[in-house]
Design a protein around this ligand. Structure first.
Ligand SMILES: NC(=O)c1ccc[n+]([C@@H]2O[C@H](COP(=O)([O-])OP(=O)(O)OC[C@H]3O[C@@H](n4cnc5c(N)ncnc54)[C@H](OP(=O)(O)O)[C@@H]3O)[C@@H](O)[C@H]2O)c1
Length: 348
């Protein structure tokens, strides 16, 4: 099988280089980025071509393309890839709310992808772990109101921003100042800042809008009352979300935990039992990269009818929040050799 990755040198593209041989051993990889270059990832060497090569009249097609570019470049290259005959998974924001394009979380609504589908949008990195948890809870208890506060890792902004953050952190913490007065007050190091995605006239940032609108589309619940506040924290990888849920029907803690611990009903979810959240952290995501981690479950006493639930969701934004979900979606078309990368094909 011939598979191409656009944006192969970026953070998400590099994760695909690990996952694709696991899913489709022996696949032929075609890698593209902004220009011709050599790429080394953990001792393996790859030749990368400038994506403009795809515009050539004699550009060769293939079966499957993963696009890990920004919105502008996705809009430029996705139509070309489709014209070349590729089935495409796009990881940018470009097509997510297009009614003609399925927005898919494997394990929640991947049943939307069939042999006739040629383009699928991969949701935002905070949306995917949240949807993996909300989907099973909605099927069992119904969803009324959902409130989310996200604490997002720096790598969500891409490789260049992550490397700059790591550099500034090394320099910034060399000073003995305990308070951090030597650090930039609007910078990422030692700081918590509002998510820097563009803010609209309603005062919500683009990141918050994505989390809200995408959740409604994935769950096929346009009426879902969901609100979000997003910030960035000085963590390299691993988005952390605090979630308040009001279900339609009363539930017990044991029922909520059992629902999310059921591997068939809640695929790609790992439950940390108990309300303390022992073991659940942003960095725990990089030990368990391909699942949404959920814990700190407790009933929210504000709802007198017993429908309120509080919990924490964490997910590796580069893997379960991006590359792994994309591979699982593509496994609807081309079954994966690794069962952990195979979408189960459940409908909401
Ligand atoms: N990071 C995350 O947690 C995350 C999660 C979910 C979704 N996403 C989305 O996935 C996409 C990729 O994110 P990322 O974090 O991997 O970004 P990134 O690390 O900044 O990588 C960007 C990629 O785009 C390539 N590129 C830049 N300009 C280009 C051009 N003119 N033509 C062709 N390729 C070009 C870069 O190639 P060069 O190396 O040659 O510059 C690089 O491979 C974005 O849409 C992002 O919103 C990211």
């Amino acid at each position: 099988m011939r598979i191409c990755i656009l944006g192969a040198t970026g953070l998400v593209g590099r994760e695909l280089l690990h996952l694709l041989p696991r899913a489709w051993p022996g696949c032929a990889l075609e890698l593209y980025a902004s220009r011709d270059q050599a790429l080394e990832v953990e001792g393996r060497h790859y030749a990368v071509r400038g994506a403009e090569a795809l515009d050539a009249v004699d550009a060769v097609g293939g079966q499957l393309a993963f696009v890990a570019l920004d919105d502008e470049h996705s809009a430029r290259y996705v139509p070309r890839l489709r014209a070349l005959g590729y089935k495409v998974i796009d990881k940018s924001n470009t097509y997510r709310l297009d009614p003609a394009v399925p927005l898919v979380v494997a394990g929640v609504n991947d049943g939307l992808v069939d042999a006739g589908t040629s383009l699928v949008a991969n949701p935002n990195c905070t949306t995917i772990p949240l949807a993996l948890v909300l989907g099973p809870l909605r099927r069992r208890f119904g969803l009324g109101r959902v409130t989310v506060a996200s604490y997002q890792a720096i790598s969500g902004a891409g490789l260049a921003v992550l490397d700059q953050f790591l550099l500034e952190a090394r320099v910034g913490y060399q000073s003995p100042d305990r308070l951090g007065q030597q650090l930039a007050p609007a910078g990422y190091v030692g700081n918590t800042v509002p998510h820097n995605a563009r803010t609209d006239e309603g005062g919500f940032s683009a990141e918050e809008r994505k989390l809200m609108a995408e959740s409604c589309k994935i769950l096929a619940a346009p009426e879902l009352a969901i609100s979000a506040q997003c910030c960035r924290v000085p963590v390299a990888v691993g988005h952390y979300e605090q979630v308040w849920i009001e279900c339609e029907r009363p539930l017990t803690l044991a029922e909520a935990e059992a629902t999310l611990a059921d591997e068939r009903g809640a695929p790609f979810v790992r439950v940390f039992p108990g309300s303390e959240g022992v073991g659940l952290s942003a960095l725990a995501c990089v030990q368990d990269r391909d699942r949404a981690l959920v814990g700190r479950m407790r009933l929210d006493a504000r709802d007198a009818l017993g429908r309120g639930l509080c919990l924490t969701v964490a997910g590796d934004n580069l893997r379960v929040g991006a590359a792994t979900n994309a591979v699982r979606i593509a496994a609807r078309w081309f079954p994966a050799a690794d069962p952990t990368l195979q979408a189960p094909g459940m409908l909401p």
